[in-house]
Design a protein around this ligand. Structure first.
Ligand code: GLN
Length: 513
């Protein structure tokens, strides 16, 4: 059957713009999309009927598109099954329009570590005239889910699937001026999302409006027996109950003059870096957002997160360690790329040659780092130490919130001896409902700044710092478009909630939008 005009137009624009933005690694043909629509229609009415989706090329899709992870290793790999989240989107009526570009295996912050080449940020000041910047002025889309963010920002799909291990959904959303939700760890199934660092990996959702992002999240938010870290139903119920008071209150106040009356928002000085404080024009949209919250009835409270400076090193030890183990499966035998055999047909060194040729520079670096951190002589000093730091950061964040973490029932246990566990009454008086901080240090960096000369610098890693506390603690965090800096590029703020606080978060953001 023929495509609805809106979708046909989106597909045509995607085909026209993609050669310049490079946000898609694969675009589905018109006939493939109309086949998907027919299948969806045959299933009856769904909550996402005719919603177009871009899917990060790290999610398995059982169709014509490869699932490449932007790696030579998986360049032509085709999955025999759909990731659970893809399956749930399809069942609700959504159609896939493309797979999106990314940093190889999710490792990076700018979508420049990709065999497909970098994604160009389409959200600059010239977008209004439908133009892109000249080559020297082009900026990165952020990473690792930069293709998803750019596709959504350019209007080439309604929503996109991303992943977020240490900021990969939030950072590109901030740079491209859209909403990017990293849900609580364990809510959305990771089955079919190629693993990077399993204890941190989450499925992210991107969109131009709160409503679209939250509807897609709701559709995907269910226990999945195929993901061993998927949180079981009774814990989801417990979390819903814990967050009920705020959700009800916000519901009652909807449409009133002060819909956020009673909402306590924490503002952590530790997550407002000095680089940002000294750039008043980047800070301006964040200030405006804060004063908007006040106008709507919320109260702001200074809070501290003293463990923040430890997050970066702990994250890179843990993420690399898990990656070195997860990526061991790409051995040239079972999946994807295999190096040529030697001249005399010898197989010797096949494993090493396959991995040297199949993985890009950044991925090889992480595997080496992670293998070292897990080695006998480094394990105590690096891996275990990083786990301890992670625990400190979790406690640090947890102690701020009004609602105790629904995953840790022990905090209400009479046997709990943790000195940092605040008492119930202290929590309800002084605890905050949400935490708010900038998503990034600056607007999107120039694409040229990520090239060879700065390769060895720490710059790209430092950009992640603000995203890492929520990642290490498994908490939900959304990057929200707050406006534009003086340079004309988007600025994002991040709102973080207690574990399982998504429903309330959506209501708050909806009220501000
Ligand atoms: N930039 C971080 C990294 O390279 C985060 C990546 C992610 O969230 N997938 O590890």
């Amino acid at each position: 059957s023929s495509l609805p005009p809106r979708i046909a137009k989106q597909l045509a624009r995607a085909a026209e713009l993609n050669p310049r933005i490079n946000c898609f690694t694969h675009l589905y043909s018109n006939s493939d999309v109309s086949l998907q629509l027919d299948r969806a229609r045959a299933k009856g009415k769904g909550r996402l009927d005719e919603v177009t989706v871009g899917v990060k090329d790290m999610f398995a899709t059982a169709d014509d598109a490869p699932t490449s992870c932007a790696s030579r290793m998986l360049k032509d790999y085709r999955s025999p099954f759909d990731a659970t989240v893809v399956k749930r989107l399809r069942e609700a009526g959504a159609v896939l329009v493309g797979k999106t570009n990314m940093d190889e295996f999710g490792m990076g912050s700018s979508t420049t570590n990709s065999i497909f080449g970098p994604t160009v940020n389409p959200s600059g000041p010239r977008r209004a005239d439908g133009e892109l910047e000249s080559e020297e002025e082009q900026r990165v889309a952020g990473g690792s889910s930069g293709g998803s963010a750019a596709a959504v920002a350019a209007g080439l799909c309604d929503i996109a699937l991303a992943s977020d291990t240490g900021g990969s959904t939030r950072l590109p959303s901030s740079f491209c001026g859209i909403y990017g939700l990293k849900p609580s760890y364990g809510l959305l199934s990771r089955h079919g999302l190629v693993s990077y660092a399993s204890s941190l990996d989450t499925v992210g959702v991107m969109g131009r409006e709160v409503e679209g992002v939250w509807r897609a999240f709701d559709v995907m938010n269910a226990y999945d027996p195929k993901d061993p870290t998927s949180v079981p139903t009774h814990v989801r119920d417990r979390a819903r109950k814990a967050h009920q008071p705020l959700v009800e209150r916000l519901g009652k106040q909807e449409g009133r003059e002060k819909p956020l009356e009673g909402l306590r928002v924490g503002v952590p000085a530790d997550l407002f870096p000095s680089a940002l404080l000294s750039s008043p024009t980047t800070l301006a949209p964040i200030r405006t957002y804060l004063s908007h919250l006040l106008t709507l009835g919320a109260s702001l409270h200074p809070v501290r997160l003293p463990t923040t400076p430890l997050a970066l090193s702990a994250y890179y030890v843990l993420a690399s360690a898990e990656a070195s183990s997860n990526l061991a499966r790409f051995d040239g035998v079972r999946f994807g790329y295999r190096a040529e055999e030697g001249e005399s047909g010898e197989k010797e060194g096949l494993y090493a040659r396959t991995r040297t040729e199949g993985f890009g520079e950044e991925v090889r670096k992480r595997i080496l780092l992670g293998t070292f951190a897990l080695s006998a002589e480094a394990f105590d000093n690096y891996f275990l130490q990083a786990q301890r730091v992670r625990r400190l950061i979790q406690l640090d964040l947890d102690s701020l919130f009004r609602v105790p973490n629904p995953l840790h029932t022990s905090s209400s246990s009479p046997f709990s001896t943790s000195p940092s566990a605040p008492s119930a009454s202290h929590r309800s008086e002084k605890g905050i409902d949400l935490l708010l901080h900038p998503t990034a240090f600056s607007t999107a960096p120039l694409l040229s700044s990520t090239s060879s000369a700065s390769r060895s610098s720490r710059e790209p890693y430092i950009q992640d710092l603000l995203s890492l506390p929520a990642s290490l603690a498994g908490l939900p965090a959304v990057s929200v478009p707050a406006g534009r800096a003086e340079d004309g590029w988007p600025v994002g703020v991040t709102v973080v909630g207690q574990w399982g606080a998504e429903e309330g978060l959506g209501k708050v953001l909806g009220a501000v939008e």
